[in-house]
Design a protein around this ligand. Sequence first.
Ligand code: NOJ
Length: 592
Amino acid sequence: MTRLIILSLIFLTLNSCSKKTEKNLEEKTFPKKEWWKEAVVYQIYPRSFKDTDGDGVGDLKGIISKLEYIKSLGIDVVWLNPIYGSPNADNGYDISDYQSIMKEFGTMEDFDALLKGMHEKGLKLVMDLVVNHSSDEHKWFQESKKSRDNPYRDYYHWWPAEKGKPAFRPGAFEVDGSGWRYDKTTNAYYLHYFSYKQPDLNWENPKVRQEIYKMMNWWFKKGIDGFRMDVIPFIAKDTTFPVITQEELNKNYEGRWDVYMASGPHLHDYLHEMNKEVLSKYDVMSLAEGAGMLKSTALNFVDEDREELNMGYHFDGVNLGYVPGYFKKMNPNWSLVEFKKIYSDWDAVYKTKGWGTIYLGNHDQPRMVTRWGNDVPEFREYSSKMLTTFLLSMKGTPYYYYGDEIGMTNAKFDKIEDYRDIETIAEYEKIKTTGGDLNQFIEDQKSGGARDNGRTPMQWNASNNANFTAGEPWLSVNKNHADINVEIQDKDPNSILNYFRKMVKLRKENDVLIYGAYQLLDEANNETYTFTRTLNGRKVLVLLNFTEHDSKVVLPEISKIPEVLINNYETADITENTITLQPYQAILFKLN
Ligand code: NOJ
């Protein structure tokens, strides 16, 4: 056995680039310090976190009851998915009243208590801002559809039917795929980029913009600390609604509808205006959900000099590895080389300006351990910890999804009746209409991207329904909650949960992990992800094995014994200048 337990030898310098080049790199990459760059964000899907009134739906009182736990994670900011009045066609992304609390979630008093409780604990609260569309049950839409001369008519996009059918626009959650719906009261079609229950607001109307700014100011005056802005690049459209040909899409929008939909005229006028009228007045953070955002356009949103938003999140990472032509079917042999290229290229976008984010899971994604790690019992813990290491050692504000801190896995439902998500159900219906293989669809979603995979209730303990609710949960609790839950992991110093806490602490104590320049070291290696972070002469080396077997990494020069900052195994196996990473091993070395 040639294995040597580390700390006896090594270390690489990786100082192969001259000191001068390194200095230049640092000077160029050192960004202005901001609290929201240093924060770790914990995302809570309120419907699934903790139910206190037994209706099977999580609520604000439930979150309040878990504030101690949330604080114990060491995170700084909580982002809540929408909690406003909503008929719940899309779980709150269809808002019928922006200044009220969804009945199932509680009352405005509960909200005030939650905000107070969080602030007392030094936690910040970020809300979801959904203003590309409202619910069709919002009073604006109810008025808008009454008559063509209603004062609210221009709050939405209408196309008079006498002009014929409008040019195709996609409607994400519709079985026929159309983003237009005919309404006979006024003999007109209205636009909805998502379901027909989510009509798109008309941002060209200054009254709409003023209503939204007023509402945002109202929440900020209450004391919230920021907004995550749902599909914000979609707000601006070409409202002449021209026919878009495939050739045009290919030529100007990378062949992608989402890019076309996100590229409307005046987009940046609106965001700049929002910044002036709202955001600039408070010390808050703003995050663009960057649907359709490209590397070439990202800085238009977050370059500080433009005074728009703080940071955005791209989809290139999470879109990797799906099988083309299928609905979110995962290719298990996705390429780590491509994965690294995506994250490295995005890091380069923010080298001298703006700021990025990093995430692997959220309410629209499968569980990160199922998708990017390995959720079989042998590797679930190691790979969860490895992915946590990745998230918390990259540059960009990390967004960490509830449940990932205990390694929750995909729900892997066996039948369509178990699903609640509007998107998955619509996709199933599409396949039914076209005579496709429904069983295969259900099978594919077990490891794939059906959104309910990541929305199952939080697993608090091994008891019935994981102690999420005393009633019938709105979405089934994952059967594995007897083994995977907070109670067990809280007590175990080596658990995924406690590893997450350690990793958060480590990031906070080492600002090189926050502001340090990133450099990829093993571009062509399809098994490991190795990179450094460098700041003011300090350097951290991150080594991650993304496979279920040992994988060797040749380390460049060795000069001194390095300090291990964290390791998800007991040992590190180093022989001369080679380290053999065990399956899903993650190690951070402090080099300088
Ligand atoms: C993006 C949100 O994350 C998703 O959950 C929602 O369905 C759509 N936007 C529409 O609001």
